[in-house]
Design a protein around this ligand. Sequence first.
Ligand code: UDP
Ligand code: MG
Length: 342
Amino acid sequence: MHRPALSVVIPCYNEAKCLDLLHARVAAAARTAVGDDHEIVLVNDGSRDDSWPVMQSIAAADPRVVAINLSRNHGHQLALTAGLDLCAGAQILIIDADLQDPPELLSDMRATMAREAADVVYAVRRRRQGETIFKKATAAAFYRVLDRVTDTPIPLDTGDFRLMSRRALDAFLSLPEQARFIRGMVAWVGFRQVPFPYDRAERHAGETNYPLGKMIGLAFDAVTGFSTAPLRWASHVGLALTALSLLLVVYIVIGWFSGTTVAGWTSTMLVTVILGAVQMFVLGMIGEYLGRLYIESKRRPLYLVADVAGPVQGTATLGFRSADPDPAPTIEERAATEAQLL
Ligand code: UDP
Ligand code: MG
């Protein structure tokens, strides 16, 4: 199998009006960066417009274009996963189809990658044009809340626009989870990741495919995928309630001794207060186990090795140790690596 120097992976949903200009600009940027040794992977995510026929004609005219048509709309993150699974490049550029992320930045991103010896160069939005105040505000709030609750540091104001090395992509592809929040998963993979500030342009044509409902869905995937904090909150509340109920118990018992309470109040209050605290606490315990079960069920690799010095006898290095663009693993090899990881 031939491994091109660069793959550009582009998920597309109802982007027929963008595709021709997208192809022209991406192909020109790729040629400037690596010459002819590149591929452009277009993923049609069940578009309802003419995206697929347009992609087919682009692929017919340019042998460097691979277009795939998903069976239905699977959503941005899964469409992107399909493209990443398929691509073979030694470096991989992920970019949106609507030209909000300028493909011309590719050469600078590659230069940053080489200069910093980085495995991931992620584009950070300095400014966003042509987007509503509401979208910008909700996006800004989202990234900040996410940063607070997650255990993995996920860069702020960063979409999926990024350049990755093959080993970073292979490591990413070894995460088998179903609910995929790609920018978080890439952050989780580690290696050296450096920011690349840029100004986000307006959409070339069409309108956003991320209305509020989908953004909330993505936010949920992000928070639940990278944090079990919400589950833990029940145990914190349980502990606080237990402390509070101890005070209440003292108050209730004093009331009983002083004989100022109505008959039956003391026992009713005691039962209510103690049961409430115990229930919250038990819910929290269940949450802790559920959280651990959830983390286990994702079956992520336990660790990834970036580099090795000295001879290695065992199998612990999992094949991610080399930054060389060696042949892409076949599906069988990938399955074997995954089996090793488990
Ligand atoms: N997209 C997709 N499937 C979807 C929704 C979006 O493949 O169900 C693609 C879309 O074509 C674009 C990228 O994901 O290339 C980002 O979507 P969009 O530009 O609508 O999001 P925004 O930039 O407004 O957040
Ligand atoms: Mg967009």
